[in-house]
Design a protein around this ligand. Structure first.
Ligand code: PLP
Length: 367
């Protein structure tokens, strides 16, 4: 089987499998005994390693890392902490922000252009109209469905100018593009382990240390009272290992995946495929392709040809309504005819060629 759905989740990295296989100690960092102290030590070193991978310092005047059960929880944690303030969020955020903010009175959507890039002039106006209010801006660094990247440098400067706090969901961007988080100087960052080769069920909200977060679940008061629940020590270590590896491999990741992605784009366009957001900056591994054949039919055909692709985002599959991302870029009309291809560093040109061959066959036969 050729796996081309790496934005949904990735294969477990073999080093992570080894790590998990070789560790069976009872690790609860809140326990006082030997095992607990050992657990605390390795959990804190995982925290440090994740901070290092992001190029950030931990400490009072710098950042803190709150480990969570994934990107979804990290996004919920930050957004729920601002539910009584003004929240501006982009119209193409992941549902863990988009659907949540829809239910928050006073949260306002920032529109995007036809490629999915945030309309900076509209954001400026929104900030102008709300001068003096406490504001959180939440904009994803990279979109999971169409791969579009946002101008985070410009957005961060704008937030600073207006004294607004800024959060980015970097779940898809982290490890896939080079990001200087230190230079971006963001207030909150969300990342998730299973998009970079570690286990699902671990993520983190990285925050400027001075931001005190109210926990969204009642419990044992772990993570300095900001996130209750027994710490996922093995998850955190595997996350740290994967983060370090992803960051050190990012240049070759970009080279390898963009080569495959560009090949696929060119080939399908020759045969009438439409590549969404082709002319703006995208994740190197991601392409969304529209054609005349329905997504469901394509998915089944690809599956029986031994290729796993997605009809958008794994999170929205199974739902009948069109993706809110395609709606936001005025492409609702093609929403039922798209597939998303997302490569990993381990895919080969043979994989890309096989994909193109099957894509042509499906689109020729069923057109
Ligand atoms: N944010 C983005 C952009 C995502 O793509 C995803 C998952 O697909 C999430 C958040 C949720 O992360 P998790 O699966 O770790 O909850």
């Amino acid at each position: 089987m050729i796996y081309l759905d790496n934005n949904a989740t990735t294969y477990l990295d073999h080093e992570i499998i080894e790590l998990l296989y070789n560790n069976n100690a009872p690790l609860n960092p809140s326990s006082i005994h030997h095992y607990g102290r050992e657990a605390r030590k390795i959990f804190e070193s995982a925290r440090n390693d994740v901070a290092n991978a992001l190029g950030l310092k931990l400490g009072k005047d710098d950042y803190k890392i709150v480990f969570t059960s994934g990107g979804t929880e990290a996004n919920n944690l930050v957004i729920k902490n601002f539910r009584d303030e003004k929240i501006f969020y982009s119209s193409i955020e992941h549902p863990s922000i988009h659907a949540l903010c829809k239910d928050i009175e006073g949260a306002e959507e920032i529109p995007v252009d036809e490629n999915g890039v945030i309309k900076i002039d509209v954001l400026c106006k929104m900030l102008d109209d709300n001068r003096g209010k406490k504001i959180l801006i939440s904009i994803m660094s990279a979109n999971n469905e169409i791969g579009v990247l946002q101008p985070m440098r410009e957005i961060s400067n704008l937030a600073k100018k207006y004294g607004a706090k800024i959060h980015t969901d970097a779940v898809q961007a982290f490890g896939k593009i080079k990001i200087d988080f230190n230079d971006l100087d963001l207030d909150f960052i969300t990342i998730s382990a299973h998009k970079i080769g570690a286990v699902a069920g671990v993520g983190a909200l990285i925050a400027k240390d001075q931001n005190i977060l109210k926990a969204i679940n009642q419990g044992g008061g772990q993570e300095r009272g900001e996130r209750s629940g027994t710490e996922n020590v093995m998850g955190a270590i595997s996350f740290a290992k994967a983060a370090k590896k992803a960051v050190s491999n990012v240049a070759s990741y970009i080279k390898k995946t963009s080569e495959l992605r560009d090949y696929v784009d060119e080939e399908v366009m020759k045969y009438g495929g439409e590549v969404i957001s082709k002319n703006v900056q995208r994740l190197p591994n991601t392409t969304m392709i529209a054609s005349k054949v329905s997504s469901d039919v394509q998915l089944i055909q690809f599956d029986s040809a031994g290729i796993a692709v997605s009809n958008g985002s794994a999170c929205s599959s199974g739902k009948v309504q069109a993706s809110h991302v395609l709606r936001a870029i005025n492409k609702e009309n093609i929403a039922k005819n798209v597939i998303r291809v997302s490569f990993s560093i381990n895919n080969t040109m043979e994989d890309a060629k096989k994909f193109v061959e099957v894509w042509k066959m499906i689109n020729h036969k069923l057109n």
